[in-house]
Design a protein. Structure first.
Length: 256
């Protein structure tokens, strides 16, 4: 069956279950109805910025499909795309931008955008370097994502649009590494996604001018060589469902 048809079928199944299921205090009926035909492991390669929301999505998906275990791998999208291109046994790829998804078009011919994100300036709690705008990043110790990583490409665009030149103290391979250095006080500031700072008290976020003009769109796809294509399609369908989008919205992601 063509992947798009499988996705439609999976989405239909989720909608049917959510609309027709009756209360079951034991949860046994829901577990039986929601995923009894799916089993095994689904290997999900996802951008580092998705970790918190995808951990929650994976848990909710496993509850609906008790025979399936979600095994996530989080890293920079460029790193994951390289691994997929080299034959990594992934079932699903969720990238932080469309450019890196396009690198694996042979393995992911039918991606669908499911979320969007923008950048903020992250500073340690208390903002000891008194950073208030993009121009300040040129005078303080700043860490950025490497240019080939989606957050790095977006950072370069944001800084270029503002006419600000920054020589970073380090260029990291994923946005988590940038935030870790800022939170630890190893840097005065860094550019990260708005979703990365939600719910944290060890960093503060400053929304820079022009942030809304630089938007990362996140695509997801079942890979053509997926070891577990049925579970992979169902996972993608869950991410695209109302339940998946609600989890993403709670984490601060924008609608695509």
């Amino acid at each position: 069956m063509h992947r798009s048809l499988r996705l439609l079928a999976a989405l239909g199944a989720i909608a049917l279950l959510s609309g027709c299921a009756s209360p079951d205090p034991t949860g046994e009926t829901a577990a039986s109805a929601s995923g009894s035909s799916l089993s095994g492991t689904v290997e999900v390669y996802a951008a580092a910025s998705l970790q918190r929301s995808f951990d929650e999505i994976a848990s909710a998906f496993e509850q609906q499909n008790p025979g399936v275990t979600v095994s996530p791998v989080y890293d920079g999208s460029s790193t994951l795309a390289t691994q997929i291109g080299e034959g990594a046994p992934a079932d699903v790829f969720a990238s932080a931008d469309e450019k890196n998804m396009a690198k694996v078009v042979a393995q992911a011919p039918d991606p669908q955008v499911f979320a969007a994100n923008t950048l903020v300036i992250a500073v340690p709690a208390g903002n000891p370097a008194q950073v208030s705008a993009l121009a300040d990043l040129a005078r303080v110790t700043t860490v950025l994502c490497a240019p080939e990583v989606p957050c790095g490409a977006a950072s370069q665009t944001l800084l270029s649009n503002a006419g600000v030149a920054v020589t970073p103290a380090s260029s990291e391979q994923n946005v988590t590494a940038v935030l870790t250095k800022v939170a630890a006080g190893e840097a005065d500031a860094g550019l990260v996604y708005a979703t990365d700072v939600v719910g944290r008290d060890d960093v503060e976020a400053i929304v820079p001018a022009g942030a809304d003009a630089v938007v990362n769109r996140y695509p997801i796809a079942t890979l053509t060589g997926a070891p577990n294509p049925a579970a992979a399609d169902a996972f993608v369908a869950f991410v695209l469902s109302d339940a998946g989008r609600a989890i993403l919205a709670d984490a601060g992601f924008r609608a695509p």
